[in-house]
Write a protein that binds this ligand. Structure first.
Ligand SMILES: [Zn+2]
Length: 468
C-alpha cells in the first residue's frame, strides 16, 4: 500500500474525516427563517433567534432531525432512544451567540460504517457518529476590515465523523465521493462542495510501519473539492514524514490547505474538547426518538447508490462500468431509467443496454459540449426512447440515428417527427421486400440455377463474380 499513500516507504498514514453537510430543509435549525438565501442580499434571512439576541427561545426543526436519522440509517448507525443538544462555547466573530448549539456526548446516532471499493477490494470505514448542529454566519474579509452576512447563521448542519480507518489520501477521496452519493440520493444535501454546502475537515497522522501507537495528528481545513482532499492529504503526509525523518516533532494544530500553492499552512493550535466547555443546552428539551418513528423513516429510505448499481447489473445486464457511470450521478441514472420506462419494447433488458449506450456515449457527449446538466437536457427521456424505438423497428439505420439525435438535441423535436419532416426513407429490411428481390434475381439467372442443380457448383461462384 505504500505506493498509494504518497508517503515514503516505511510509514503508514492514518486519516479520519469530519464532513459537514448543510441540510436541505426549508427553514433554519431553530427559527423559521428560510434557508433559501444563496442569491439573497446579505442579512435578509435573519431574525432575533439566528442573530443570537438575548432572551429568545430556539425551536427544533423536526425535518432536520429526520434527515439526520435517515442519513444515520443509510450509514448503518445505531440510533439511541435518548439524545440532546449541547452548547459548544467559543468566541469567533461569525458565531452570533458566542456558542454553537451542537451535540456532545449523546449524538443522534453512532457506530455505523460505509463501504468503499478500491482496486476491486471492498473496505469498511467506520462511522463514529452522525450528529446535528447549526451553521455559523459568514465573514467576508476585505483590506483592513471584514463584513458579516448572517443569512447562513442557524442553517441546519449535519456532521458525519469517521473512524481513523483510512490509510491513504485515495481512500479518503473515495470515502468522500461515496458519502456524497448517499447524501444526494437521500435528498438531504445538495452535495455541492464548490458552494460550501458540503465541507470536509481531515485529521491525519503518520507512524512508522508496524507501530501501534498513533502519531500526533493535524487537522486540515479548506478543501473544497475531492481532488483537493486527496492533494492536501498527500502533501500533509509528506510534510509529517519529512519532519519525523529530520528528527523533529509534529505539532497538534489546525492547518489550512492553500489550493493555489498546493501546500498546508499552520492556522492555530488545535483545540481540545475541554476548551469548549460543553454543557447541555438549557433552552431545548432532550430528544426522545421513538422506535416507531425510526422504523417509519427506515421504510421511507430511497434506493441507495449501491443497491441501484447491483440492480442495473442483475436486472438490466449492464456491465459494472456502465452501472457505475449511471449511478455515480443520480440525475443521470434517473434519466436512464426514464428512457427505459418510456420505451415501447417487450425486451426491456436489451432496451436497457441500448439506452445505457445512448445515454453514456451520446447524450453525455452532447450535454458536455453544451455545458448542460442532465436535468436540463433539451432531449427529454421520451425523445431518447423514441429514437431507440425507431432503431429497433429498423425505421432508420444507426448512421441516420446519429444525425437525427443531433437534430433532436438542437431542436427539442421528437425523432419520429424529424424522420418524417426530412423524408428519411426506411432502409430495406422487411422480409417480404427482401424475398421479392431474391426471387427476381433467381428468375433472371435461370440458367445459372439449372446449372447449379445439375452439379456445376462453380456456376454460382461465377455469378457472384459477375454481379458482385
Ligand atoms: Zn432566524
Amino acid at each position: 500500500m505504500a505506493m498509494d499513500t504518497g508517503v515514503a516507504t516505511g510509514f503508514e498514514v492514518v486519516i479520519g474525516l469530519e464532513v459537514h453537510a448543510q441540510l436541505l430543509t426549508k427553514s433554519k435549525m431553530f427559527c423559521t427563517c428560510s434557508t433559501d438565501y444563496a442569491y439573497a442580499a446579505p442579512n435578509t434571512h435573519v431574525c432575533p433567534i439566528c442573530m443570537g439576541m438575548p432572551g429568545v427561545l430556539p425551536v427544533i426543526n423536526q425535518q432536520a432531525v429526520a434527515y439526520t436519522l435517515m442519513t444515520a440509517l443509510a450509514l448503518n448507525c445505531t440510533i439511541p432512544e435518548y439524545s440532546k443538544f449541547d452548547r459548544k462555547n467559543y468566541s469567533y466573530p461569525d458565531l452570533m451567540k458566542g456558542y454553537q448549539i451542537s451535540q456532545y456526548d449523546v449524538p443522534l446516532s453512532k457506530d455505523g460504517y460505509l463501504t468503499i471499493e478500491y482496486e476491486g477490494q471492498a473496505k469498511r470505514i467506520g462511522i463514529t457518529r452522525v450528529h446535528l448542529e447549526e451553521d455559523t454566519a459568514r465573514l467576508l474579509h476585505f483590506d483592513g476590515y471584514s463584513l458579516i452576512d448572517i443569512n447562513r447563521s442557524g442553517t441546519p448542519l449535519m456532521e458525519i465523523v469517521s473512524e481513523p480507518d483510512m490509510r491513504s489520501p485515495v481512500e479518503a477521496r473515495l470515502y468522500m465521493q461515496k458519502l456524497r452519493e448517499i447524501l444526494v440520493y437521500l435528498g438531504v444535501s445538495s452535495g455541492r462542495m464548490e458552494e460550501g454546502s458540503l465541507r470536509c475537515d481531515a485529521n491525519i497522522s503518520v507512524r512508522p510501519q508496524g507501530q501501534q501507537k498513533l502519531g500526533v495528528k493535524t487537522e486540515i481545513k479548506n478543501m473544497n473539492s475531492f481532488r483537493s482532499v486527496e492533494r492536501a492529504l498527500a502533501y500533509e503526509a509528506g510534510r509529517q514524514v519529512a519532519l519525523l525523518r529530520a528528527g523533529q516533532s509534529i505539532q497538534q494544530e489546525t492547518r489550512g490547505w492553500v489550493e493555489t500553492k498546493g501546500i498546508t499552512v499552520s492556522q492555530r493550535s488545535k483545540e481540545y474538547a475541554h476548551d469548549y466547555r460543553y454543557f447541555p443546552e438549557p433552552d431545548l428539551p432532550p430528544l426522545i426518538i421513538s422506535r416507531s418513528w425510526v422504523e417509519e423513516l427506515r421504510a421511507q429510505l430511497p434506493e441507495l447508490p449501491e443497491a441501484r448499481r447491483i440492480r442495473y447489473i442483475d436486472e438490466y445486464g449492464l456491465s459494472a462500468q456502465d452501472a457505475n457511470v449511471l449511478t455515480e450521478d443520480k440525475a443521470l441514472g434517473d434519466y436512464f431509467e426514464q428512457v427505459v420506462a418510456a420505451s415501447r419494447t417487450s425486451d426491456r433488458k436489451a432496451r436497457a443496454k441500448a439506452a445505457a449506450n445512448l445515454v453514456i456515449n451520446d447524450v453525455v457527449r452532447l450535454l458536455k459540449a453544451n455545458s448542460l446538466p442532465v436535468e436540463e437536457s433539451p432531449l427529454p427521456p421520451a425523445a431518447a426512447a423514441n429514437l431507440l424505438d425507431l432503431l429497433d423497428k429498423e425505421r432508420i439505420t444507426g448512421r441516420q440515428a446519429k444525425d437525427v439525435l443531433e437534430e433532436a438535441f438542437a431542436s427539442g423535436k421528437m425523432p419520429e417527427a424529424i424522420v418524417e419532416e426530412k423524408g428519411i426513407e426506411p432502409p430495406i429490411s422487411d422480409q417480404g421486400a427482401l424475398e421479392r428481390i431474391i426471387e427476381e434475381v433467381i428468375r433472371s439467372n435461370a440458367k445459372v440455377v439449372s446449372d447449379y442443380h445439375a452439379g456445376k457448383t462453380n456456376a454460382l461462384h461465377n455469378t457472384y463474380q459477375k454481379t458482385g
